[in-house]
Design a protein around this ligand. Structure first.
Ligand code: GLP
Length: 251
């Protein structure tokens, strides 16, 4: 695991955007794992800004988002699908047929299998997501944020390191941390997430951490103790991971 500590959120976002754009430039058919949440917003803003001044071709790239809430339609403004449309997809020339986000309603599967229980449809959605990643040749480069409890994507403490894409129950802590995105109503209790094993299969990984609220998690990651109780620690088992953190996140 390589660590890069940069001055602030802007510097972290610039560095992450540069890695992202280099990957697309060097390997136009790159398969990217993409995060949501507050942390990567600056990276996306930077990518979009760069694309408005210099031509970057995303047409052959494939994207797989890390996670999505169960029960939200892709059109729901609180869905990660809407987040990606707003912050990246609407602004770059990615091919819509190559953008993948788990469907938290498994709509297509339910249409094809009338009467199928939602739970079963969601399991099929997860299996199909893993198959799409495999068909794309696996993930080349995956960006991650860091939950305060060490979660990566929506892999909460206790997630097996070999886990693959599946439905998970969100902890109260994670739901509280995301409550600001749900001003009306509750944060969904379940999500579809790539597994820790799916993430570890990515050839390269970049984890982003910013701000004092991440200090404890960053410190625990630095301790290099590897335990399923702290999902991000699985990254110590990966041979090409960079952690980019800002000074505020480092105690
Ligand atoms: C959310 C997301 C994660 C994200 C993490 C940190 O729950 N599912 O993918 O990395 O929590 O979020 P933030 O960047 O807003 O702190």
């Amino acid at each position: 695991m390589r660590w890069e500590t940069v001055e602030d959120y802007d510097a972290m976002s610039r560095r992450a955007a540069a890695i992202f754009l280099d990957a697309v430039r060097n390997t136009p058919s790159v398969a990217l794992g993409l995060p949501t949440g507050g942390t990567p917003l600056g990276m996306y803003r930077r990518i979009v800004a760069e694309c408005s001044t210099t031509h970057h071709c995303f047409r052959d790239a494939t994207t797989f988002n890390l996670d999505e809430y169960v029960g939200l339609a892709p059109s729901d403004p609180r869905s990660y699908c809407a987040y990606m449309r707003e912050n990246l997809f609407a602004h770059v020339d990615l091919d819509p047929s190559r953008m993948h986000i788990p469907d938290g309603l498994a709509t297509r599967i339910r249409e094809r299998n009338p009467g199928i229980p939602l739970e079963h449809a969601l399991d099929l959605e997860c299996a199909a997501y893993e198959e799409s990643i495999a068909r794309a040749g696996g993930l080349d480069l995956t960006f991650l944020g860091l939950g305060r409890n060490g979660h990566i994507a929506f892999n909460e403490p206790g997630s097996p390191f070999e886990s693959r894409t599946r439905v998970v129950t969100l902890t109260r802590e994670t739901r509280d941390a995301n409550a600001c995105y749900f001003p009306e109503g509750e944060v969904p209790s379940h999500a579809i997430t790539m597994g820790v094993g799916t993430i570890l299969s990515s050839r390269s990984i970049v984890l982003l951490a910013s701000g004092s609220s991440k200090r404890e998690a960053v410190e625990r990651l630095r301790s290099a103790e590897v335990t399923e109780e702290f999902p991000a620690s699985a990254l110590h088992l990966h041979s090409d991971t960079i952690v980019i953190c800002d000074e505020q996140s480092v105690a």
